[in-house]
Design a protein around this ligand. Sequence first.
Ligand SMILES: [Zn+2]
Length: 377
Amino acid sequence: MNNIYNSMKLFIFSLLTSTIFGRTIMLNKDLNFDSLKFDNNDNFNMPNLNLEKFKKRHSNIKYQIDEQLESHTKKFMENNEYEDIEEIEIPMIFHVIYNNGNNYQYGDINPFTINQQLIQTYVVDQLNEDYNLENEDRFETPEVWQDLMADFKINFFINKVIYINSNKESWDMYDDSMKMDKSGGSNVIDPELNLNVWIVYSPGSEGEITMGRAQFASNFKQQPELDGYVLNFYALLLSMNGYSDRTSTHEIGHWMNLRHIWGDGGCDVDDGVADTPVSDISHIECGSSEDCTYPATSSCGSPDMFMNYMSYGNEQYMFTKGQMLRARAVFAEGGPRHSMVTRKKSTKKCHHDDTFYIIIVVLTIYIKISIERNVSY
Ligand SMILES: [Zn+2]
């Protein structure tokens, strides 16, 4: 009898722990400091980088309009005020994909350590500044647009960093092989609850390197296995060397359904946000052949917001309030990323489950007492 009771106890205990702690582990911020060394050399020397070579080109990615999401977003933007939006937290899972220490070495670039602390400092801290209007360079924004600058009220934190020793040395930013175990990458983890990021080495060709690529929020329901964004190791390299790289900020903008500021088209194409001026230029040449200064940089009859994170300008430091409302619509009820902000509520749902388990525990104790009585009789 004791054996049966013990197995029941174990069963109930495992049910309880899997229900309550199963979710808690996913949201645990205090993960072990983990590090990855490619060799014994921890010193990192600045490679001979020329910013002009590092163009953020991903223009062959076309935005697919999802009518349902657009209509949801439009309604959200009409019915909500910027001031009323509440803070949310987004857990991030980083998949660091490397190859026996053979990659992440390119030209003068020495091997270095991508560890959790580095990701926190050069990716997550920057994101938290940019998405909470705490970035120091925000005041570079022309005065006329400073009232439009938005605090998205979004905080990011590292849920997990995983390391994949792949047999593949370099990656094509335009396929999704890094997002699958079977092609040497790493499968997405709970994309309804986490923002997945794949850090890969992608040297590009002819000096043109794509720094990042995101899956749009509109594709989430059809292809959850591809959800998240890919971050080129070079973007990290730029940040680590004092360049103001905003690849992650830009890619997460797409992931939240923001479009490029020029709408990827001419003056008749809009980005779905009223307070960003219409433009037909990506400003990818800012800092090289194009002198980007306000208001000289104008197209479509008005000055361009080339310093917006969703532009290709080499100096980006602001989003607008309209962009904030558009982005936050994806997390609202009916939006594709609603589950990400209701995860705490779903944890609370455990209380209902708990009632069920408490009944089982009481029932078990009752049965045990009855059995013992039967035995003593
Ligand atoms: Zn983009």
